[in-house]
Structures are given as structure tokens and as C-alpha cells.
Design a protein. Sequence first.
Length: 176
Amino acid sequence: MKEHPIPFRPEMVTAILENRKTMTRRPIRFKPYADEKFGAYPHECPYGRPGDRLWVREAWTNENCEEPIYRADGHKIDWSGKKIKWKPSRFMPRWASRITLEILNLGVERLQEITEEDARAEGIIWTQIETSPGSGIFKPYAIEEFKHLWNSIYSKKGMGWEGNPWVWCISFRRIT
């Protein structure tokens, strides 16, 4: 078993802590071969393999305090009344991480192949929308919400929803 760091935004940390998030998708930095969808990966996933652990990196600070304070908890000022200066998640050391995840399953797919069920497992707070006003027919909306979340993180990096990039699909359970 190995441990690997993995960054999450504050709203996704909250979803993990509330047990709403049990899956994450991360862009693949290479073009997969056609048979990778069927489980033959010539490349190693940088986040590990089933059984490995992920320690969560999140925005945090330990300025003016002994224990880390986490942005996902909603703090805006420290004990002295000063606005908190957050450190980006990429600078979080292992000792400051409060969340450890165990990888349960790992897969590869095109981003737009996500299902409603998987979008909900991504921690999306979702609703149902009426297909046409007054119809009384509703459809799930989790994929649309996931699309907006994905674009807010990756579209500026050239890996937006419309490009339909290949992604690692990692399902996990929270250990701590």
C-alpha cells in the first residue's frame, strides 16, 4: 500500500466530510490506447491503485495558531480578528492533512460518459428540473451541475467539458 497526495477544493472537501463524495475524476495527461477502457493500462495512474491511500490536500493555514485551520470549515477570521491568509492546497504537508481516503476502484473513461449516479457520487448537490414548464415531467440534473464544476476547475487549462478529455475515475472511501 502506498500513499499519494490529492488536492481538493473547499466545496469538495465539505462533500467528502459529509459522505456525499465517494468518487473523483482527474484528467489524464496522455492519450490512452483504445483497449484502456477495458482495463489494460500501459500507464500507471499517478494517484495509485486499488488499496492505496490518498491524503487530501486542501486550503489551510497554521498562521497564529498551533493546529491547522481549514478553509472548507468556513473560517474567515482568526482568533485575533484578522482575516485569514490561506495557503493553497498544493503546499499542504502530510502532517496537516485531516482526511485519508482508500482507493476502492480505478477506471478510465471519456469525461462525458459520466452517469447521473456517478455525478452524484462526485459530491454534487443536485436537483431535478422540469423538462418543459408545466409538464410535471422531471429529469435529474447532476450531470449538468458536474459539468459546471468541471469547467470551473479545468476549462482554463484546456481540458474543459466540451473537449471531452480522458479521465481517471477513482472511487474511494474515507478512512479519516
